[in-house]
Design a protein around this ligand. Structure first.
Ligand code: SAM
Ligand code: SF4
Length: 330
């Protein structure tokens, strides 16, 4: 069986993001509706199924796995067995994206289980605004969580900030100074039209990476980094800091040509592209062939030709993608 996942456009898939739950302790305005109905437990992957999937991917040449959600740290039972994923042969890096609310409690366990790098979401440094954007988040807890992660010595911790006009665009420089001060990285994200949200009009709140970059360049000179990772981010350095500044621009800069990733939703659906519905349901296969890895690997290989060449996002039209980011795994 092929050791590599290659699609019809010659792109090798060596990176997978797995959503371990659709649930979350926050309700960020750009990610979820205020009233959410989450999937019944029976419809989401068990921890054993997540492990099997991770093993299948690594046997197919995947070198990096990012666990996300929803909020991965609210998934019960995950942390007890995380080391089984962290220690998979062939896996170079186990990564996690988290909202940081539980990091004071769990960063030590994450480090021990082999998680190499953390992306931590932080859209505002003002407690009231932070609460409004997350609908119930406690800024102090997240800041303490970031400090706890730094103390554990994770490599290249990165802050993820979604920038929205009329909301937090006036904090771009403050967030950057925060990252510089902590000597961690930061990425500014363009809002994506995933799911129908009711809190704001995305066409009005959209703030492009070019606009964010102009705000930063009013204070700091940015130097493009020679080495760019595959994907939607471009990274820059400043002469006087170790902090890297990233711009994640699914709208303004098409990144599909070198896309190296696929995603698996909490319900076990393999998604070939964030911006399309192309996918295959792996959960029924995992349940029909309980514990067997070959049928899962075969299904993943068979899905590769349906990875589309590119996505199309249009902020003015109704969202094409009706799933929310929390089910997809950001
Ligand atoms: N709960 C974790 C967190 O917030 O970091 C992990 C999951 S969250 C879906 C992953 C990332 O997606 C976060 O950085 C979040 O800001 C981002 N995100 C969520 N909805 C988004 C949207 N509509 N457009 C752009 N980024 C979004
Ligand atoms: Fe939760 Fe992350 Fe979505 Fe915010 S962005 S609601 S923290 S899953």
């Amino acid at each position: 069986m092929s050791k590599q996942l290659i699609d019809d456009f010659g792109r090798t898939v060596d990176y997978v993001r797995i959503s371990v739950t659709d649930r979350c302790d926050f309700r960020c305005v750009y990610c979820m509706a205020e009233e959410m109905t989450f999937l019944p437990r029976a419809e989401i992957m068990s921890i054993e199924e997540i492990e099997l999937l991770a093993k299948a991917f690594t046997e197919l040449g995947v070198q990096r796995i990012r666990l996300t959600g929803g909020e991965p740290l609210v998934r019960r039972g995950l942390l007890d067995r995380l080391g089984n994923i962290g220690n998979l042969p062939g896996l170079k890096e186990l990564l996690m994206t988290t909202n940081g609310s539980q990091l004071v409690r769990y960063s030590k366990i994450l480090k021990k289980a082999g998680v190499k790098r953390l992306n931590i979401s932080l859209d505002s440094l003002r407690a009231k605004r932070f609460r409004a954007m997350t609908r119930n988040g406690d800024l102090d807890k997240v800041l303490a969580g970031i400090d706890a992660a730094i103390e554990q010595g994770f490599q290249r911790i990165k802050i993820n900030a979604v920038v929205m006009k009329g909301s937090n665009e006036d904090e771009v420089l403050d967030l950057l100074e925060f990252a510089r001060d902590k000597q961690i990285d930061i990425a500014f994200i363009e809002e994506m039209p995933l799911g129908n949200i009711d809190s704001h009009d995305r066409a009005l709140s959209f703030c492009s990476s070019d606009e964010v970059r102009a705000i930063i360049e009013s204070r700091h000179e940015l130097h493009a980094m020679a080495h760019q990772t595959a994907g939607p981010s471009r990274y820059f350095r400043m002469a006087d800091s170790t902090t890297r500044v990233g711009f994640i621009s699914p709208h303004s800069h098409n990144f599909c040509a070198d896309c190296n990733r696929v995603r698996v939703t909490a319900s076990g659906r393999l998604l070939l592209c964030l911006g399309n519905e192309h996918g295959v349901d792996l959960l029924p296969i995992m349940r029909a062939y309980k514990g067997q890895i070959e049928p899962v690997k075969e299904a993943i290989i068979a899905a590769m030709p349906s990875k589309p060449e590119k996505h199309h996002f249009d902020l003015k039209a109704e969202p094409q993608i009706l799933r929310f980011m929390n089910t997809t795994g950001g």
